[in-house]
Unconditional design. Structure first.
Length: 149
């Protein structure tokens, strides 16, 4: 038996294995990087990846202790336009301890996703008199801007 062909096929298999590749490298850098700038660049790249495997780690990063990472993750989720992170985004939008710009970004991302659940939740937020009036107006404007009333 020629072992060189086995080694070659093993390397080809390993290189094509779904656990490898840019999205996993970026995910590792975003979640585990020691430098905040490196983490933020990785988060941004995940959003531009157009890879659905980036959604789950970005959802996790939307609750990161670093507000820049949270905001970046929310922006990135909007670029991927998946309905999967709607609950996480609503939690960020409704979290009254969250920074206002991050709450606004969560509203923008929900409007960009345009799934039934995202729009329903955004409408409910706008109708909730207990929420911040400026944020409610902002969210209402986003709905109108997207032609959604």
């Amino acid at each position: 038996m020629d072992l060189s062909s086995v080694e070659t096929s093993h390397n080809e298999w390993y290189d094509s294995y779904p656990g490898k590749g840019a999205v996993y490298d970026l995910t590792y850098a975003a979640l585990s990087g020691e430098d905040a700038g490196e983490r933020l660049r990785a988060v941004t790249a995940l959003g531009k990846s157009d890879d659905p495997r980036a959604i789950r780690p970005l959802m996790d990063l939307a609750t990161d202790p670093d507000p820049a990472i949270r905001r970046g993750a929310i922006v990135a989720l909007g670029q991927l336009k998946s309905g999967r992170p709607v609950e996480v985004l609503i939690a960020r939008l409704r979290d009254r301890t969250e920074q206002k710009d991050i709450r606004q970004q969560a509203a923008e991302t929900l409007a960009a996703i345009r799934s039934t659940g995202a729009l329903r939740e955004l409408r409910e937020f706008v109708a909730d008199a207990n929420e911040d009036q400026d944020l409610r107006s902002y969210a209402s404007g986003l709905l109108a801007q997207h032609g959604i009333v």
